[in-house]
Design a protein around this ligand. Structure first.
Ligand code: NAD
Length: 478
């Protein structure tokens, strides 16, 4: 397979740069060829999206909804094929990847239904014989810049609400997930979307991504990725007075209170920390535990972590795939080396990492000072740090001692502690007796502090982001 741009309903092979893509879980397997765009492609996508917007915004919202329903059906029919390709391109185990595509299907259906829901409010007027109301209006052309770790679900959770609100899209996916993006555009084409409603541009972030940000005639940017690039996106958009949303990293904590049932807690924590090889913005990178059960929790984690298999496309889903790329492998292994130098190993996968791919053994360590980089910086790999604390008060202080505020969990049967945590924790997604990852598609998703630009994705909150409010008033007798 070879990547192509999909602009104004047509396929174009960009000519700027060509590289080969290999399966990060099986490096001898070539997955495809990636063609990167030059800036002339940005101009074409810009013209196409702006021209398509004139008609798309005036379509009956129910008709826009029917396109999304059709997309849901098409993605469902092609679920296995899309998941297989995405799994080979970025290494996520096939079971998890199928779950992700299914989430995309649900997102299309959820937002399709918005075409038939109220999009405003009647507001009482202080005058007589006046009908006053508010109405959602689209923003225009939306620039969508996505990461590789959820190559299907994140683009859909941005595009589906943008489209139902009447916007058109220029989409630039991450370099490590462009074959998947090309396959997705093939599925968009099957839905007979009007030309130019979605435009896919394959390109380098610093080049094409930046060109979209700086020069395209867009009214909004939705970005998910690293905090460094997110800051850049926010600065450019603020200067251009473009609406923006930057969903960034996390340093998510799971708090374990001494009353929790550790046999039930351990698999949930391990799922939060290690599924997708820890490459989730909501992955559990800190485990905070009351000191009375610290030793017992360590022993149980050790027992379970050594059972986790590393591998590619094994039977079942209780295994860890590779990290996405050589760069990511180097970044994660430098954190692993730091952990082995500065910390005490609690649990480490008992695996042969000489597999033919970018595999990293799952690792849990302890004994670090609270200001250590491993308790502050996002690793984005299968490494978690466990910290003992005296009580709930110390646990919540430590949990909140982070520049990030994406997600956090507490494990307890004490209703008072659960409520105190939900009130006091400084995150966008707070969970009791659930892992830090896995927020449902119909619920708002996003973070506080440096995890987000204080906007939300998914659920009804996404509709607020992808629209503006117009306040209308009619004096019906003059
Ligand atoms: P990244 O910031 O390197 O890249 C994200 C996207 O930005 C890519 O499409 C990339 O090409 C593009 N880009 C890079 N430089 C650019 C520039 N100068 N101008 C415009 N676009 C540019 O992030 P990544 O490595 O792809 O993803 C991993 C990060 O994403 C992690 O930090 C993770 O926490 C975060 N993430 C956050 C969420 C969330 O919802 N909060 C979800 C998933 C991932």
């Amino acid at each position: 397979m070879e990547t192509k741009n999909w602009i104004n309903g047509e396929w174009v092979t960009p000519k700027n740069e060509k590289v080969e893509a290999y399966n990060p879980g099986k490096l001898s397997e070539k997955v495809g060829i990636v063609n990167f765009s030059d800036s002339s492609d940005v101009k074409k996508a810009d013209i196409a999206a702006n021209s398509a917007h004139k008609e798309w915004k005036n379509l009956n919202p129910n008709v826009r909804g029917s396109y999304l329903s059709k997309l849901a059906d098409i993605f469902e029919e092609n679920l296995d094929e899309l998941a297989e390709l995405a799994s080979r391109e970025m290494g996520k185990p096939i079971g998890e990847m199928k779950g992700e595509v299914n989430r995309g299907v649900n997102l299309f259906r959820y937002y399709a239904a918005e075409g038939m829901r109220s999009d405003g409010n009647i507001i009482p007027s202080s005058d007589t014989e006046v009908l006053q109301y508010s109405q959602r209006i689209p923003l225009g052309v939306v620039g969508i810049i996505t990461p590789w770790n959820f190559p299907v679900a994140i683009p859909i959770w941005k595009m589906a609400p943008a489209l139902i609100c009447g916007n058109t899209v220029i989409w630039k996916p991450a370099e490590n997930s462009v074959l998947t993006a090309t396959k997705m555009a093939e599925l968009f084409e099957k839905a007979n979307l009007p030309k130019g409603v979605i435009n896919l541009l394959i390109g380098r972030g610093r080049d094409i991504g930046n060109k979209i940000l700086e020069e395209a005639n867009i009214q909004c940017v939705s970005f998910t990725g690293s905090k460094e690039v997110g800051k850049h996106v926010a600065e450019v958009c603020a200067r251009r007075n473009i609406k923006y949303q930057t969903e960034k990293g996390g340093k998510n904590a799971a708090i374990v209170m001494k009353d929790a049932n550790l046999d039930k807690v351990v698999p949930i924590i391990l799922s939060g920390a290690f599924r997708s090889a820890g490459q989730k913005c909501t992955a559990t990178e800190r485990i905070i535990v009351e000191k009375e059960v610290f030793d017992l929790l360590k022993a149980k984690l050790k027992e379970e972590v050594t059972k986790i298999k590393l591998g590619y496309q094994l039977e079942g889903d209780t295994y860890l795939g590779p990290v996405v790329s050589e760069d990511q492998y180097k970044k994660v292994t430098s954190f692993v080396n730091l952990a082995k130098e500065d910390a005490e190993v609690v649990a480490e996968g008992n695996n042969n990492v000489n597999l033919e791919g970018y595999y990293v053994n799952p690792l849990i360590v302890t004994g670090l000072d609270k200001d250590h980089s491993l308790l502050k910086d996002e690793v984005f790999g299968p490494l978690s740090v466990i910290v003992p604390v005296s009580d709930y008060k110390e646990a919540i202080q430590l949990c909140n001692d982070s520049e990030f505020g994406l997600s956090a969990s507490i494990f307890t049967n004490d209703l008072n502690k659960a409520h105190a945590f939900l009130n006091e924790v400084e995150v966008g997604m707070a969970r009791v007796n659930q892992e830090t990852a896995g927020v449902e598609y119909q619920a708002p998703f996003g973070g506080l502090k440096n995890s987000s630009s204080h906007t939300r994705e998914q659920g009804q909150a996404a509709l607020d982001f992808y629209s503006e409010i117009k306040t209308c008033a009619i004096k019906y007798s003059l």
